[in-house]
Design a protein around this ligand. Structure first.
Ligand code: PLP
Ligand code: COI
Length: 354
């Protein structure tokens, strides 16, 4: 921990809190009163400020807009049973923020500045954290290149910003999912492991096509052969197969998810065997056919634990068990909620109290 970060705070003169409908939240549409902004220039981070949420003026020549030097993070803050406010495992996101920065040739941000920025913003807008079950304050830190220069070269200036907004569950029903065997999210040597904006831009057409075919989500497969499972939409994917928790091992093409790590840690603490390795579509499909696939879900900050209702491979549909009867993911969900909402002891030290 270095010195306390000096953040200039300008509070809004008109809070939108009272006019916000917390019973009808759509993910990513509602923003709380304030946002954080900081600048990188001359080789250092400066001008950390919290200001009212609103528009910002930018040059149309910034390289973020032209060449995609931009990335983000996603995390959540919760209101605990005793009234305290906590952010879930922010140091993991701070570390991943810098992995993304390094891969995109952008400025790294010292982890304590990342965490302190988020804590200050969440603290100021703590009344925006919804109290209902399954709800939280989504936190969106991001960084983008701001040199007004069209040369294809790393920018020398950047902006770090953080937005927050109240959210409910991202998915509300078991998902109808297909294995994507044409489009690719990430390839070896690429930047799938970074939370680069471009990874998400490239996923929209495959998503749109999958939705037109009636699917809620798709499972990305490897770029070379489309035979191995990678991730599910904007979440990691996990299976319980033959009594073992199985998930693709992290590599160039896979985002090292905080939720994924959390689920693995819980599983190990319960004595459930865990295998992080390449996972073939064939073994998942075989498990769906012979009943040994007893659980399948996406794991992510926005997605939380999102049950897969059915899997489709090359037009064959495999319906899985009713999610409410699944032992493993139900136990994960309950345990995670108990920790995140402060209903049980935080034995792993995952809640960062603001
Ligand atoms: N994979 C992708 C591509 C994602 O966008 C996300 C969402 O953040 C995840 C996995 C899950 O990561 P985390 O659990 O850290 O949110
Ligand atoms: C998150 O879970 O934080 C994500 O980044 C998913 C988002 C792209 C909706």
């Amino acid at each position: 921990m270095t010195d306390t970060l000096d953040i200039k705070i300008t509070k809004t003169t008109h809070s939108r809190l009272q006019e916000t409908d917390f019973t009808n939240l759509v993910f990513g549409r509602t923003f709380s009163d304030h946002m954080l902004v900081a600048d990188y220039a001359d080789g250092e981070w400066k001008n950390f400020e919290i200001v009212p949420y609103g528009e910002i003026a930018l040059s149309p020549a910034i390289s973020a807009l032209h060449y995609g030097q931009a990335f983000f993070e996603g995390m959540k803050a919760y209101k605990l049973a005793d009234g305290q406010v906590s952010v879930f495992r922010p140091e993991k996101n701070a570390a991943r923020f810098n992995k993304s920065a390094e891969r995109l040739c952008m400025a790294e941000l010292p982890e304590d500045l990342f965490v302190q920025s988020i804590a200050a913003l969440v603290d100021l807008d703590r009344d925006w954290i919804p109290a209902q079950a399954g709800h939280s304050l989504y936190i969106r830190p991001f960084m983008f290149a701001t040199d007004p220069y069209l040369g294809v070269t790393p920018s020398s200036t950047y902006k770090f910003m953080v937005l927050t907004g109240p959210v409910g569950p991202y998915f509300t029903k078991p998902l109808r999912v297909k294995f994507e065997t044409h489009y690719t999210r990430a390839a070896e040597g690429g930047f799938g492991y970074a939370k680069a904006a471009g990874n998400y831009g490239g996923s929209m057409l495959p998503f749109k096509k999958a939705a037109e075919e009636g699917f809620d989500q798709l499972i990305w497969t490897d770029a070379k052969e489309h035979l191995y499972v990678e991730e599910m939409g904007a979440a990691n994917v996990m299976f319980v197969l033959d009594g073992k928790l199985i998930t693709p091992s992290t590599r160039d093409t896979i985002l090292d998810g905080v939720t994924r790590d959390t689920v693995i840690t819980l599983a190990k603490s319960w004595g459930v065997p865990v295998e992080e390795r390449r996972v073939s579509i064939a073994e998942v499909v075989e498990g769906a056919k012979n009943g040994k696939l007893t659980d399948a879900f996406g794991a992510g900050t926005a997605a939380t634990i999102a049950p897969v209702g059915s899997l489709n491979y090359n037009g064959e549909e495999y319906t899985l068990s009713d999610p409410s009867t699944r032992e493993f993911s139900q136990k994960v969900l309950k345990t995670l909620d108990d920790i995140r909402y402060g209903r049980t002891t935080d034995t792993f030290g995952w809640n960062y109290i603001v």
